[in-house]
Ligand binder design. Structure first.
Ligand SMILES: Cc1cc2nc3c(=O)[nH]c(=O)nc-3n(C[C@H](O)[C@H](O)[C@H](O)COP(=O)(O)O)c2cc1C
Length: 169
């Protein structure tokens, strides 16, 4: 399986630890994994101009890093959304990368999972959003992994994520 991990964190710490564990586990099971650090990319919000559905024929009018993400969406069989919680939700960077997929409609990927890191566990909004999003996109829910405060970067949590990723085929 081809797995795309979108890491919405702008720094290499708590979410990155889960991303790394997910990548290692999935690769050890023979999957191909592509990690994109969308938290550090330049991805503007959707302008709603509909250029992509008209003259653009699937291409966005904005020339930024989203082109790389779109190519990866088209390549992947599965998408993992990874993010710290910022004000009860995924980061703005990851949210923009999700919304800009509008230019190509529903990506071919059929499976999705969610990795969330937080300080105090306020993950409900991101989880509800994830479930609605993958329902709309017609993807299968492969799991939600959350880590909170002292659990961030813990051996226990990274082992849990790695073990789950090893089961992906
Ligand atoms: C701007 C900002 C907003 C945050 N908002 C929340 C929040 O609403 N709830 C929460 O539990 N943690 C919140 N946090 C804490 C982060 O989610 C937490 O530290 C997370 O583990 C950071 O992940 P990272 O190391 O991958 O960046 C916030 C952090 C920042 C920088």
């Amino acid at each position: 399986m081809k797995i795309l991990i979108l890491n919405g964190s702008p720094r290499k710490q708590n979410t990155a630890a889960m991303v790394e564990a997910c990548k290692n586990g999935a690769e050890s099971a023979g999957n191909e994994v592509c990690v994109l650090q969308v938290g550090k990319m330049k991805i503007g919000g959707c302008l709603g101009c509909e250029y992509c559905h008209g003259d653009g024929k699937g291409r966005c009018v904005q020339k930024d890093d989203m082109g790389q993400v779109i190519d990866a969406y088209k390549w992947a069989d599965m998408i993992v959304f990874a993010s710290p919680i910022y004000y009860s939700h995924m980061t703005a960077q990851l949210h923009a990368a999700i919304q800009r997929v509008y230019s190509i409609g529903k990506p071919a990927a059929t499976k999705a999972a969610l990795l969330l890191s937080s300080k105090s566990g306020q993950t409900e909004a991101a989880e509800v959003y994830f479930k609605q999003l993958i329902g709309f996109l017609g993807m299968e829910n492969c799991g939600i992994f959350k880590t909170v405060d002292d659990g961030n970067m813990s051996d226990e949590k990274t082992a849990e994520v790695k073990s789950w990723a090893e089961s992906l085929k």
